[in-house]
Design a protein around this ligand. Structure first.
Ligand code: ZN
Length: 328
């Protein structure tokens, strides 16, 4: 992997205003989508969550909410394009996001794990101040141990990396000023349908809003069950040209809860070739992390989420070619 990020000022960035529906309407759309797949559902207004027992503990999601869709699977597959390295702080400055930026979401890889050629799943959690260029990196990451095949989560990010926000290939990030405020609180228990927590809501948005682009970001916790998640292995030497080859390269795990996930979902791919949902989560015991797919214990699973409606989508360095797989 190249060690110098691409010049943020030279990246192609497309700015797209998002449709922001009235909250009452949005909540009823989400409620309907979840009720088709879960036995117990509540969608209401709530305040931004805090968790005093763990770090990072605050998820204040309000103030100028935006989504950054950076790169894409077309840069990872069939072989990784190792020059695709992004400086999140530089991108925020480029789009004139002034002041405090609280950045959460899902990304492929995270400095420094990527600097030695390794690969990982990043659970992104950055506090950035673009006025002074400061970064506090509370992200976590998981990788596959080559010899055991186990998922490994380093307990700490190195001293040098605590002040870097550098990511390769692709990332789907929710950014706000990190202010407390009112958000949409969503609870769902006991899955009776085929769709997972996020897919239930994403499909409901897609069906209702059709050509209007709506985007949400935030976090959710999962309890009382197990979750299927994947972690990418180190970069493949063999080109991953099909979904079967991709799924053979990804390592799937059944992870214990509680887990906390961060990420985004939007109503449609549009011409911007968006990923319609992307969440990564980490275990509260800090032992596992990965890319969220679905719970494997539908009878007992409990979800509690907090989401805010973004106002603008920034598509950063959109790949020239559209991949037909790799976005699940
Ligand atoms: Zn992912």
């Amino acid at each position: 992997m190249e060690k110098v990020p691409l010049d943020s000022d030279k990246l192609k960035i497309t700015k797209r205003p998002l449709h922001q529906p009235p909250l009452d309407e949005l909540m009823s759309v989400l409620r309907e989508g979840l009720a088709a797949n879960f036995e117990e559902v509540s969608v209401e207004l709530g305040t931004c969550p805090q968790d005093c027992e763990r770090k990072p503990s605050r998820y204040d999601l309000c103030g100028n909410p935006i989504i950054l869709g950076i790169g894409g699977p077309a840069y990872l597959l069939p072989l990784p394009q190792k020059d695709k390295l992004y400086n999140i702080e530089g991108i925020l400055r480029r789009i004139d996001y002034r002041g405090n930026a609280f950045v959460i979401g899902a990304g492929a890889g995270l400095w420094p794990r990527i600097s030695d050629g390794g690969n990982c799943e990043a659970v992104v959690h950055h506090h950035i101040d673009t006025r002074v260029g400061s970064v506090i990196n509370n992200s976590r990451y998981a990788y596959v141990d080559k010899s055991t095949g186990e998922c490994v989560v380093p307990q700490q990010i190195g001293d040098n990396e605590q002040h870097q926000a550098i990511m390769p290939l692709l990332a789907d990030l929710y950014v706000s000023e990190g202010e407390p405020g009112t958000v949409v609180k969503v609870c769902a228990k006991t899955r009776t349908g085929k769709s997972d927590f996020i897919t239930s809501m994403q499909k409901a948005l897609a069906n209702h809003y059709k050509d209007k682009l709506v985007g949400l970001g935030g976090m959710f916790t999962m309890r009382n069950g197990k979750i299927r998640q994947h972690v990418m292995q180190d970069y493949s030497d063999i080109p991953l040209t099909t979904e079967a080859k991709l799924n053979n390269w990804l390592r799937f795990y059944e992870m214990e809860t509680p887990l906390t996930a961060v990420g985004i979902f939007v109503s449609a791919e549009t011409d911007l070739d968006l990923r319609v949902q992307h969440f990564h989560s980490y275990a509260h015991n800090n032992k596992e992390a990965g890319h969220y797919h679905i719970d494997t214990t539908p009878d007992t699973i409990e979800y509690e989420g907090y989401f805010n409606v973004a106002g603008t989508f920034y598509r950063v360095d959109q790949p020239p070619n559209r991949l037909q797989f790799g976005k699940d």
